[in-house]
Design a protein around this ligand. Sequence first.
Ligand SMILES: Nc1ncnc2c1ncn2[C@@H]1O[C@H](COP(=O)(O)OP(=O)(O)OP(=O)(O)O)[C@@H](O)[C@H]1O
Ligand SMILES: [Mg+2]
Length: 272
Amino acid sequence: MSPTDPPTGRPGDVFAAPLHDGAPLLRVDGLRKSFGDNQVLKSIDLSVDRGDVVALIGPSGSGKTTVLRCLNGLEVPDGGTVDVAGELHLDFASPLSRKQVAALRDRSAMVFQHYHLFPHMTVLQNVIEGPVQVQRRHREEVVTEAEALLARVGLADKRDSHPAELSGGQQQRVGIVRALALRPQLLLFDEPTSALDPELVGDVLTVIKELADEGWTMLIVTHELAFAREVADQVVFMDEGYVVERGDPSVVLREPREERTRQFVRRLLSPF
Ligand SMILES: Nc1ncnc2c1ncn2[C@@H]1O[C@H](COP(=O)(O)OP(=O)(O)OP(=O)(O)O)[C@@H](O)[C@H]1O
Ligand SMILES: [Mg+2]
């Protein structure tokens, strides 16, 4: 299925995730990325099954955001391969064409830590910008879908507001709607609640949990271990440019095999 095909999970339901069949939606092998002489990603392997939620955890500076940015076409990796849905195969050993980068970008949508909404645009304009300007979909259809998505996250009455008039939690829910409006196959979340005041975290996590229950395929960078334990099918711990450990949340977060994972989890659970 092309990512711009209408979602087929439930006709008429704009929250419907793309149908999934249990096969990997995303496979990443040996992903490498340096900034100057700082080798941030040394060799990253990941596999995300369709409909699964994978939580990516790791210390600050370990390269989590860089992984997401590579998958969203915002950074160009130096090496490794990415396969999406068994349809798009990218080998970063040689330079990608503009068409390949566009294809990668079209498969996924990112929700940023600091929302990244355009301040001069209304909520609705923020949501429809990508589908209309980049995906060239019909404005009317996109607006109808955007309004329904905003209603689903409790923001129908904010469509004509500007981001500065919204709370952080509301802005992040707009960020999620903007990602959904792109009809991606894969949702990428970069610490979606870490910039929020504690009392606003719950609303955003509730929306993400709803998406997980709907069957969306998601890769989430998070420090919310309780949330990861509840929602994730797999937890991936990365450090110093490698995946150190991955597996079931009950194992990786409770009884990790690797000492480095154990130290990290312990520190997050009791920081003082
Ligand atoms: N555009 C860039 N130019 C130069 N260095 C960069 C760039 N983006 C990231 N880095 C460096 O890459 C390393 C990994 O950064 P990244 O943001 O991926 O880490 P992270 O795991 O997301 O950390 P955090 O938990 O603090 O968000 C850091 O040392 C960072 O300084
Ligand atoms: Mg980061």
